[in-house]
Design a protein around this ligand. Structure first.
Ligand code: SAM
Length: 321
């Protein structure tokens, strides 16, 4: 079986790692993570518990030459203030931002391919200049790169979570983003049956919610926006690591349990979740939706693995012409 080596930068709890394992399994390939990095000790613990690999810490402190060779680089880099990159002109000027460290690793290690993920706001940041610098930097490194904003809701998960996904390859390739997969999983398959009473909002909050809003759905997740407006949908709004306690409430009554949050991000039932509820919320809120990036990886792997039949990819390309 062909072995595909990958590295997992800003790995968090391993959304890319799971997606890569699953995509490779589907295509009869062996996924081999040769390096991971995350500065957060709790993420490192969760990652090690699940993948038997302890991530390296701060990526800014490693010499890229010390990172093992790999075929694919994954990086869900933090949505750091991009203002610094935005005003600058090119690769050298992006120094000091975490993106620079990714670019530098690509420059030194020259993986065949990479997938970068960030919040969708990156697209419009500084009137599009920030993204322009990022794309130019990647192209100047010799990669053909493109980006698209994808929504987890379009890839089988009941969560509206839009992310920019940048895909790059050493060679010019016919890569196209995966078409939406419908329907998304119904909430009833995500929600737990017997939920501890500690997850229920106070009578006061529940009463206030019900006075402010009536849902059109039997099962829904209620969302409170910054101005206090309540809406509800048969799916969840984006999980957020730092959101207030009652930001999302199932049927306007209770918070999501850690397992429910991990399910909303496409993590399998076998994933071991940290015991602390607050860490679990933070980790799930920061993670990349597994189903969404798995679909992207599956479209990319034929260009990375020698043993995957390209005829399907070419046929699909011709159909879309
Ligand atoms: C948006 S999250 C990525 C989550 C990941 N994709 C997942 O599925 O869990 C960004 C991660 O970058 C990590 N991080 C921030 N600064 C870092 C640094 N200097 N070196 C390594 N990791 C860093 C954070 O701890 C956080 O877990």
């Amino acid at each position: 079986m062909e072995n595909i080596k990958f590295i997992d930068l800003f790995c968090g709890i391993g959304g890319f790692h799971i997606a890569m394992n699953e995509a490779c399994e589907d295509l009869n390939l062996e996924a081999n993570c040769v390096f991971a990095s995350d500065i957060d000790i709790h993420c490192q613990n969760s990652y090690e518990d699940n993948f038997k690999l302890r991530p390296y810490g701060d990526i800014t402190t490693i010499d890229p030459k010390d990172i093992p060779d790999h075929d694919i680089l994954f990086a869900g880099f933090p949505c750091q203030p991009f203002s610094i990159i935005g005003q600058m002109k090119g690769f050298e000027d992006t120094r000091g931002t975490l993106f620079f460290h990714i670019a530098n690793i690509i420059k030194v290690k020259k993986p065949k391919s990479f997938i970068l993920e960030n919040v969708k706001q990156l697209v419009g940041h500084d009137s599009g200049n920030t993204l322009k610098v990022i794309m130019k930097t990647l192209k100047d490194l010799g990669y053909s790169a493109k980006y698209s904003v994808l929504n987890a809701l379009d890839y089988g998960l009941p969560q509206k979570r839009e992310r920019i996904i940048i895909v790059g390859h050493k060679d010019p390739i016919l890569f196209s983003y995966p078409s939406p997969i419908r329907p998304f999983k119904p909430l009833v398959e995500i929600l737990e049956k017997n939920v501890d009473k500690k997850y229920f909002a106070s009578d006061y909050i529940r009463e206030k919610r019900k006075q402010a809003h009536q849902s059109s759905y039997k099962i829904s997740i209620w969302h409170e926006n910054k101005s206090g407006n309540i809406s509800s949908y048969p799916y969840s709004c984006a999980l957020r690591s730092g959101a207030s306690h009652s930001y999302l409430l199932v049927n306007g009554e209770r918070r999501l349990t850690p397992r429910e949050m991990f399910r909303l991000q496409g993590f399998p039932e076998t994933y071991k979740i940290t015991k602390s509820d607050s860490q679990a919320k933070k980790q799930a809120g920061n993670a990349v939706p597994v189903n969404m990036v798995r679909a992207v990886i599956k479209k990319l792997l034929p260009y990375v693995a020698k043993s995957v039949d390209m005829s399907e990819v070419i046929q699909e390309y011709e159909v879309n012409l």
